[in-house]
Design a protein around this ligand. Sequence first.
Ligand code: ZN
Length: 212
Amino acid sequence: MTAPQLLRFKGHPVPYIAAWSSETVPLPRVLAGPGGIGLVGHARDTDGVLWRPFGLRAGVGRPEYGTVHGPRQRRCMRRLLCQVCGGPADRDEQGVLWLLEDNRGEPGWPEQEMTTHPPVCSPCVALAADVCPHLRSKVVAVRVRRPVVDAVYGQRYFSERDAPIPGRRDVVLLGDPAARWVIGGRLAASLMDATVVGLPELRAEAGARVSG
Ligand SMILES: [Zn+2]
């Protein structure tokens, strides 16, 4: 197995789901209607979600590591692709590989954990743990037999005298009428049949594969 091909900027690998400066576009005008918000020039998808628009020009400009590129993030979630390289995420008999912030102190965790972070492939484990700020302090590897993409994370709005007023950023289930009041940024998945697995072994495996 060969090392995944990653875009680089000044020698540093750039994760697949990171937005580039050429891809961020101003938010179109937001409208408030009786059944939800609207974005001028943009339609809802088949799930009824309005998505924040992005350009598709990965590799052009400079990476904006703090901005997740919505269309690539959604592609990763729907197709279970690695968030770092965009290749197929690792899968074995225990399921698809995810890296999560370690919350093993919570009862029942990680079953039904909801995440907006797509899965990873084995060669990208070490890099993902390194470049993702939320994983740096405490990361754990989880195998998921049944990931269910079932929610949207984004900016909520409400209407005041027919004017759209931004509320908080939130996760709303697809199909919930409240989803019509969200400008979606990312898809979220519920991790069902989830099992914590050993990270050191994965790291060793990843190192072997990358160097091989
Ligand atoms: Zn990868």
